[in-house]
Structures are given as structure tokens and as C-alpha cells.
Design a protein around this ligand. Structure first.
Ligand code: TYD
Length: 223
């Protein structure tokens, strides 16, 4: 399962709350994030978020995001799914589609090729799109950055203009519109406990569906 959305949409809070609720129901849950999540991908995360890869251009950044994703899938996600665990991932392939594809203006055939080599057919069972007006999300992200010493300097992607963030919001909504079976749009401006309740009920439905398919002879798992 993946969580997507712009800066300040509350993904990490919701992942934490969902993980707690699922563990309380007896599930084994792995929480992870992109870019990163495995040692190799974390090294690439540093290269990407520090801006060190920026001079090489958006295509090179897209390649590195894809390479990080492939490693993360191989080293962390697929093994966990193979053990029957639930994986909650903070950002996944839709972030590349939106940040590199939509606002990075990378041509769709290259994006499709990167997706093929990085994930193959490993799509999440469900993707929660936390939707928020870009301005509200940015204000929240800035407040958070101001509050924590570690996050004091916005990363290279947070610095970009409001207009770009609005385009990204629309990009996630467009994906959700095109893939309604996989994506659920969540109003991220609501109270966090209310959002958590809504997400949990959606996710429990998906788990029941996936378990039904597995019992009927389908393959693993709750990605
Ligand atoms: P992070 O600090 O994890 O941001 P957030 O709290 O917003 O999730 O930084 C990840 C940044 O990397 C974020 O600005 C989005 C960007 N990103 C991409 O551009 N492409 C990708 O494929 C992924 C996974 C992230």
C-alpha cells in the first residue's frame, strides 16, 4: 500500500496511525519510504534530496529515483510481502509520475520504460492520495520545518513554486481518476483522527479482498 500527496499532506502521521491500527488487529506491518527504504536506496536518497544530482538534469534524477525504487523493492518490499506482511510505503511510483513526469516534463515513453524496469508489475494493492490545496500543504510543511532543527532547510523539491505544487496536486488527482480501482482520494484537510478512521476502513476492505483472492488461489500480497 502506498501513500501519496504533496508536501505537508500528513502522510507520515497517517502511516503511523494506520500501522498502529493494523498491528492492534494482529497484522505484521512494515513501514517504509521513498526515495529510500533500503541501504542502497537511502544512499540515492541523499544524492537526490541534497540536490547533488540536480546539475545532471531531470532525466538523470528520474533514473536515480527508479534505481532506488528497484533496490527498495528487491531488498525490502518483495521479501516482506513474501512473508505475508503488510507494507506501508510513504511515496512510490506515483511520485515519480507526478514530480518527474508531470512537473519534470519527462516524456511519457521514458517514464513508462523506467517504470517497467524499476517495478515491473509490482503495483500497490491500494494507494491513498492525501489531497490538500497546495498552499495549505506548503504552509504546514514550512511550519514543520521551522519547528524541527533537522528539517530547518527545505529540500530542493520543497523550494519550488506554489504553481508547481498545484500542478502536482492535479497530477495525483488525474492518476486517481485514471486508476480508481487502486487509488482512494482522501481529503487531507479534515481532522487527522477522522482521516485515520476513513483510511482504516478502506484498507480493511482491501485486505479482505486480497485475502479472498489469495484463498481462491491468487498470489501474495498486501503491497
Ligand atoms: P521527503 O522529505 O520524503 O518529502 P515528503 O515529506 O514530502 O514526502 O522527500 C521526498 C522528496 O522527493 C519529495 O519532495 C518528493 C520527491 N520525490 C520525487 O521527486 N520523485 C519520487 O519518485 C519520489 C519517491 C519522491
Amino acid at each position: 500500500m502506498s501513500f501519496e500527496g504533496g508536501e505537508g499532506a500528513g502522510k507520515s502521521t497517517q502511516i503511523r496511525l494506520l500501522a498502529e491500527a493494523l498491528r492492534a488487529r494482529g497484522h505484521t506491518v512494515v513501514t517504509t519510504r521513498e526515495p529510500g527504504g533500503s541501504p542502497g536506496a537511502e544512499a540515492l536518497r541523499h544524492v537526490l534530496l541534497s540536490g547533488a544530482a540536480e546539475p545532471f538534469g531531470v532525466r538523470m534524477e528520474a533514473l536515480l529515483f527508479a534505481a532506488a525504487r528497484a533496490d527498495h523493492l528487491d531488498c525490502v518490499i518483495r521479501p516482506a510481502l513474501g512473508r505475508g506482511e503488510i507494507v506501508l510505503c510513504d511515496r512510490f511510483v506515483d511520485s515519480s509520475r507526478v514530480y518527474q513526469g508531470v512537473t519534470g516534463n519527462i516524456e511519457p515513453p521514458l517514464m513508462a520504460a523506467l517504470e517497467r524496469v524499476s517495478i515491473g508489475s509490482s503495483m500497490p494493492d491500494v494507494t491513498l492520495v492525501l489531497d490538500l490545496p497546495a498552499e495549505v500543504g506548503l504552509q504546514r510543511a514550512r511550519r514543520r520545518a521551522g519547528e524541527s532543527a533537522e528539517g530547518a532547510a527545505p529540500d530542493r523539491f520543497e523550494k519550488e513554486k506554489l504553481e508547481i505544487h498545484e500542478k502536482r496536486r492535479q497530477g495525483f488527482l488525474d492518476i486517481a481518476g485514471r486508476e480508481p480501482e487502486r487509488c482512494r482520494v482522501v481529503d487531507a484537510s479534515l481532522d487527522k483522527d477522522r482521516i485515520a478512521r476513513d483510511i482504516l476502513s478502506e484498507v480493511l476492505l482491501v485486505i479482505a479482498q486480497v485475502s479472498g483472492i489469495e484463498r481462491a488461489g491468487g498470489q501474495a500480497a498486501h503491497s
